[in-house]
Design a protein. Structure first.
Lengths: 110, 445
């Protein structure tokens, strides 16, 4: 049996932009959750979750020493800060977008 | 211990905490970092409108506020507030210093980042599917290479009180005074990597002392209204402790440092700057408590042979306009207004292609294109239309149609605002390091 927990409860995140590329780092509050996030929060999961937004590929970099994941999403900012008509043309809120995903966890945790 | 403070992490950063740092920070160097892809574009836009402008609009206010204290404390200022007009910026700093009665003050301007003349229609834009400048089909307004420490160091070597640059890599603003002070070799790549780590962590100002971080109930930060800017205490080997002034608001913790460590970083093992290919994956972050966090262990390899260039084009006009609906059935009325606008704009803008977008703020705006919807039905929704076009008449028509919703649209629409502003769109290219000639101009009061 499994349960779903909002990623927002498990981790914090920060978004940055360069041109049309967004990068979001994800850091578990509890370092013990790092392996769980590594297993569940894959690059493919991010790409599949936002198929219309992310036109390019998603790459994930793992920082095992610091226990953080860095996601780089190409062609994901509707042209980038100087081109996009999005109110948030930087994609500053992409951190919250990633944290809006759910993470599947064993049923024995709340 | 060499002490560097950051008095601005972006164009419009607060002034007061920079004054606090200048007065109480016991700083060797105070850096103001104010250029992003967006604000460099604004610099070109401003310079096009007025050849005497194009530098950071807060330059005079910042200098007026910190120059006397920096002079008294022997703190040098290093800043990229020259943006798209470095010479005019340096002259303005001199003028402000004279008004303040600061005689014998030296200002060094770092020139050479403007590479507009070195590019041609055939120049390839690496972020544009490899297409060229000619393919963009818009007038070129300016191109700036990211300069590194080798451009800034000659300015520091003049002994200048204020070093002012245009587009340089942000970490280089911090790395250059460290290299100047400690005499690090420019090809000691691990050392350049560690110094770049310090610069990278500091360059966004409050983003490491509690700004861009708070999430109530999850990540609480004390006294954000009085948040302090960061200070780096840097040792001979580049190991640094990030902290802030005692008594200031905000927080420096393992969490704030880690988030900033990867900010705008892609591959953490290969962070490219003009100075080094830095490796942050090996970094150690130690929370010493009381808003002190020690960082060490960055590595580095040889610097890239080419410099990145931001190329700005005339983006035409950006128009934005909105109307709000509130109370019972607000969402349905806002959605109706959006339908009306779509139908009307298809009619009045039929002769030409325009980038147009309509959002429902409060429902789906920021994450609309991610196809994500949150929560329950809101009682306060704003219809927002945004449009980019070279045709002013078309943009004005869009604003007119949005305003017309007040009487011609759904019930209870109010709060119309609309604005039109010139815009610059940007792409990126590479340029050979050898093709970029930099120089220093020195001014004295």
């Amino acid at each position: 049996m499994t349960n779903h927990i909002p990623l927002h409860k498990l981790a914090h995140a920060r978004a940055g932009d360069k041109g049309n590329t967004s990068s979001v780092s994800v850091w578990p509050y509890d370092p013990g959750d790092y392996e769980l996030l590594k297993e569940k929060l894959t690059a493919a999961r991010i790409k599949q979750s936002f198929p219309r937004l992310i036109q390019g590929e998603v790459r994930r970099y793992e920082l095992d020493g610091l226990r953080g994941l860095n996601f780089v999403m190409y062609e994901a900012l509707e042209g980038g800060v100087n081109t996009s008509l999005n109110l948030d043309s930087h994609g500053k809120s992409w951190s919250s977008l990633i944290l809006s995903l759910d993470i599947e966890v064993p049923d024995n945790r709340g | 211990m060499f002490r560097i403070g950051c008095g601005a992490g972006f164009s419009s950063d607060r002034l007061g905490p920079a004054v606090d740092l200048a007065r109480d920070g016991a700083l060797d160097v105070l850096v103001f970092e104010t250029i992003g892809e967006r604000t460099l574009a604004f610099g070109h836009r401003d310079r096009q409108a007025n050849p005497a402008r194009g530098f950071n609009p807060h330059l005079a206010a910042r200098m007026r506020a910190v120059l006397p204290q920096c002079r008294a404390n022997g703190t040098r200022i290093v800043t990229n507030m020259g943006v798209a007009n470095v010479t005019a910026a340096a002259q303005l700093v001199v003028q402000v210093a004279k008004e303040l009665g600061l005689s014998g003050l030296t200002v060094a301007a770092v020139l050479g980042d403007d590479v507009t003349d070195q590019l041609g229609p055939e120049t390839v834009l690496f972020d544009y599917e490899g297409r060229s400048i000619a393919d963009v089909g818009r007038p070129l307004v300016g191109a700036n290479a990211y300069l590194g420490i080798d451009a800034i160091l000659p300015a520091l070597e003049t002994g200048a009180d204020v070093v002012i640059t245009g587009r340089v890599a942000d970490p280089s603003l911090f790395l250059s005074p460290l290299v100047h002070h400690y005499g690090w070799r420019h090809d000691d790549w691990p050392q350049m990597g560690q110094g770049t780590l310090v610069g990278h962590l500091m360059e966004c100002g409050m983003q490491i002392t509690g700004g861009y971080f708070a999430d109530p109930g999850f990540k609480d930060v004390p006294r954000l209204a009085d948040c302090g800017y960061p200070i780096a205490e840097v040792a001979q080997d580049g190991t640094a402790t990030i902290t802030k002034l005692a008594g200031s608001g905000g927080a420096v913790t393992e969490q704030t440092v880690k988030e900033q460590l990867l900010y705008e970083v892609h591959d953490p093992t290969g962070y490219l700057t003009p100075d080094v290919t830095a490796d942050f994956a090996t970094v150690t972050v130690e929370d010493l408590g009381q808003d002190r966090v020690r960082v060490s262990g960055a590595q580095g390899q040889r610097r890239p042979d080419q410099l990145k260039v931001t190329v700005g084009f005339d983006g035409g006009l950006l128009g934005e306009a909105g109307v709000s609906y509130a109370g019972p059935n607000a969402l349905a009325r806002a959605a109706l207004a959006r339908d009306i606008l779509n139908e009307r704009l298809a009619q009045v803008l039929s002769d030409g292609t325009h980038d147009l977008r309509i959002d429902l703020i409060g429902v789906d705006s920021l994450h609309a294109t991610a196809d994500v919807r949150y929560g329950t039905e809101p009682g306060d929704v704003r219809v927002r239309a945004a449009m980019r076009s070279a045709d002013r008449t078309a943009v004005e028509l869009m604003l007119w149609e949005v305003e017309a919703l007040l009487c011609c649209g759904p019930a209870g629409g109010g709060g119309y605002r609309g604005q039109i502003s010139p815009s610059v769109v940007t792409h990126s290219a590479w340029i050979d390091r050898d093709a970029v000639a930099t120089s220093v101009e020195v001014y004295r009061t």
